[in-house]
Each structure stands twice: as structure tokens, then as C-alpha cells.
Design a protein. Structure first.
Length: 144
């Protein structure tokens, strides 16, 4: 959603959702069985419904990726250019974890630490059944 927000001045939180709503039909027309992963944090259950409305016909599955709080704080603050921004994001991690709606919003959860990015993606794809069936290589076909 970040890339759908790149405009200055930023018009508001509705902007990336409306961009997604505008482009989604093009993707569905091009690839009817398309799978889409949107890395984002849902503010609340209402935002889930707004995203669902922006993706008509899509089956929405929400995966919450998580790690120990200290790791999350390090991840979000390491990429910030100033300590002020880093501190604000570390505080945001605390606010996020104080929420009580996670189980109502997510369909499943994947722990990302100490897993690699590839391991995390594979687990998400496995849980969603998005992994393609194993392909038979010419070498393995000859061995049969």
C-alpha cells in the first residue's frame, strides 16, 4: 500500500485504498486466479472492510506476521533516518501490541523470528495453499 500512496502532498488515508480499487480490475482481467500479498498493518476491523470493498470478488486472508517485541522495535527503527522517527515507531509497536482485536482481524499468524524472509514467505504460502504443486523435473522423471 505504501507505493500506492506516493504523492505529494499526501491526500489522506483513503488515497492508497482508492488507488487499489482503481487498478484491481486490471489485474483480475489479466490474471483471473491472481494471488495478491499486501504488506500492511490494519488499524482496525473497519479498515479490513474498506480493503475488502476495494478488492471486489477477492478472497481476503489476513496473516499477522510477528516476532518478539524487541526484534520488531529494532526492525522498524533501524530503517528510520532520525532517532525521533525511530522512537515514534518503537512507541507504535507498543501501541499495536496493546490492542485487543488481533484475533478478530487475522486469519492466521506467522512468527518471523528467527526465520529468514524466504522461510516466512514459504510458511505463508503453505498456510494459504498458494504453493504450486511440485513440478516433476526431467531428471526425476527418468528415474521413475
Amino acid at each position: 500500500m505504501d507505493e500506492l500512496s506516493l504523492v505529494h502532498p499526501y491526500p489522506g488515508r483513503w488515497f492508497p485504498r482508492e488507488n487499489l480499487r482503481a487498478i484491481w480490475p486490471n489485474y483480475v482481467d489479466a490474471v483471473p486466479d491472481i494471488k495478491l500479498i499486501i504488506p500492511m498493518v490494519f488499524n482496525d476491523e473497519e479498515e479490513v472492510e474498506l480493503i475488502r470493498a476495494a478488492l471486489p470478488g477477492a478472497r481476503l486472508m489476513i496473516c499477522e506476521t510477528t516476532a518478539p517485541i524487541a526484534i520488531l522495535k529494532k526492525r522498524v527503527s533501524d530503517r528510520e533516518p532520525t532517532e525521533e522517527l525511530a522512537a515514534a515507531l518503537r512507541t507504535w509497536v507498543d501501541v499495536y501490541h496493546a490492542r485487543s482485536d488481533h484475533e478478530r482481524i487475522r486469519h492466521f499468524q506467522v512468527v518471523t523470528h528467527p526465520a529468514t524472509v524466504d522461510e516466512t514467505v514459504r510458511e505463508i504460502l503453505d498456510v494459504t495453499s498458494w504453493l504450486p504443486p511440485a513440478q516433476v523435473t526431467s531428471d526425476s522423471a527418468r528415474e521413475v
